[in-house]
Design a protein around this ligand. Sequence first.
Ligand SMILES: [Zn+2]
Length: 202
Amino acid sequence: MHKALLVVDVQNDFYETGSLPVKDASRINPVINKTMEHRSYKAILASQDWHPANHESFAVNQGKEPFSTFDNGKGIGPVLWPVHCQQDTHGAEFHKDISTENFDYIVRKGTHPHVDSYSIFKENNGADLGIASLLKALDIYELDICGLALDYCVRYTVLDALLFGFKINLIINATKGVEAQKGDVKKTLEEFKKAGVRFKEV
Ligand SMILES: [Zn+2]
């Protein structure tokens, strides 16, 4: 049995100067690079939020304020966001300090205007993106997870991975939260602990 590394959404818009910034995000870059050097992984997967301009998760496209809670029951929500990670823009590119040459697979998500995808495994309407099957076909049943943002895309990715039966290790010093609501990071870590996620530092 093998292990994979998932690097979630290390894209310019989620860093300090981006449109949906995560505080101190750039501090995780050296840790992620060091982790990838280990090469004990059968595969390294990176996800990339990749939205069209008319994406319905953008608050402006709903006539609402960013960070409003919203759920249309069909895959948009529970939160509306500032415009971020628009396809083929600087904001959607991986951060320049991440050693992207180590990525074996890049998974683009959120590509359909009517559905958001926080998780690398499933769209927000529950549709399977096929990544769990890909990993299992490679005999991978354990995942190390890092990236942005801890309380959204990392959180949904971890919870889906558990449902698909993977053993999960969160690299705690290689992830940061956006805290759309104060306390989200603390809540997420408690939820992970209860669910059996192991925390490790690199
Ligand atoms: Zn997004």
